[in-house]
Design a protein around this ligand. Structure first.
Ligand SMILES: Nc1ncnc2c1ncn2[C@@H]1O[C@H](COP(=O)(O)OP(=O)(O)OP(=O)(O)O)[C@@H](O)[C@H]1O
Length: 236
């Protein structure tokens, strides 16, 4: 059974068909990349799946349960964690406290152990006492992932996680993603990262699914090449 099954999703903003009849499945344990040019609908689709944006039509099932109308916090409780862009890190709190806040939401009994386990996984345990705002940009992105992991999610949604990272940091990020014990939905512009990490790729264009398949299938797909891979992002 799929971990997530979305059917016929629609989200229009006035006349803009941001998501226009999208079916989307995630299999347990897969790394699934969502790609598409600017304005294709990636953020909107993730907003619908995570509950930040209300679904106008269609349905979403997670682990067999209908979550279409559940608010975002209830979806977190179901096991869907969305690692926000950098704004979600509290700069005046320590690295430890940022993660501990997330662990607390799970009702875990041992706050310290849960927090240090998440920090350990992303390689930030030694920086636990630092102020989050004093971390390098790359480390702040890892902290976000630790905050997502601290929720012990079954699905972790990573939104442009490599944006602004140096080449060496991207290599460590790829190793980290391969080691994560969750299904991963990756929104990513860096095609090298996508092709390297994803088991399957969904390509969006104008709010619709243009193609879906393995990296090799997507690379070879003429529709995708014309609409996307031949464009600006092919070199990213
Ligand atoms: N709140 C909103 N109000 C009006 N239009 C919106 C809103 N959010 C998104 N849109 C429009 O919906 C379309 C899809 O936007 P979306 O942000 O989902 O695309 P994207 O693929 O994530 O793009 P990017 O790669 O640039 O982040 C775009 O035309 C965008 O301008």
């Amino acid at each position: 059974m799929s971990l997530l099954e979305a059917r016929g999703l629609i989200c229009h903003f006035g006349g803009v068909k941001a998501i226009d009849g999208v079916d989307f499945d995630l299999e347990p344990g897969e790394v699934h990349a969502l790609i598409g040019s600017n304005g294709a609908g990636k953020s909107t689709l993730v907003g619908l799946l995570s509950g930040r944006i209300p679904v106008q039509a269609g349905s979403i099932r997670f682990d067999g349960r209908d979550i279409t109308r559940l608010p975002a916090h209830a979806r977190v409780a179901c096991g869907i964690a969305y690692a926000f862009q950098i704004t979600s890190v509290f700069p005046r709190l320590s690295v430890f406290d940022n993660v501990a806040l997330a662990v607390q939401r799970t009702g875990a009994r041992d706050l310290r152990a849960g927090t240090m386990a998440a920090l350990d996984r992303v390689g930030l345990a030694a920086l636990a006492d630092r102020l989050a705002g004093a971390l390098s940009y790359g480390h702040q992105r890892l902290l976000e992932i630790a905050m997502g992991l601290a929720l012990a999610p079954r699905l972790l949604i990573l939104d442009e996680p490599t944006q602004g990272l140096a080449a060496a940091e991207i290599d460590s990020f790829k190793a980290l993603v391969r080691s994560l014990p969750a299904t991963i939905l990756l929104i990513e512009h860096n095609m090298e990262v996508v092709m390297d990490l994803a088991g399957r790729i969904t390509v969006l264009g104008n709010g619709r699914v243009l193609a879906r398949g393995t990296p090799a299938e997507i690379r070879a797909n003429p529709v995708v090449q014309a609409a996307y891979l031949g464009g600006r992002d092919a070199d990213a």
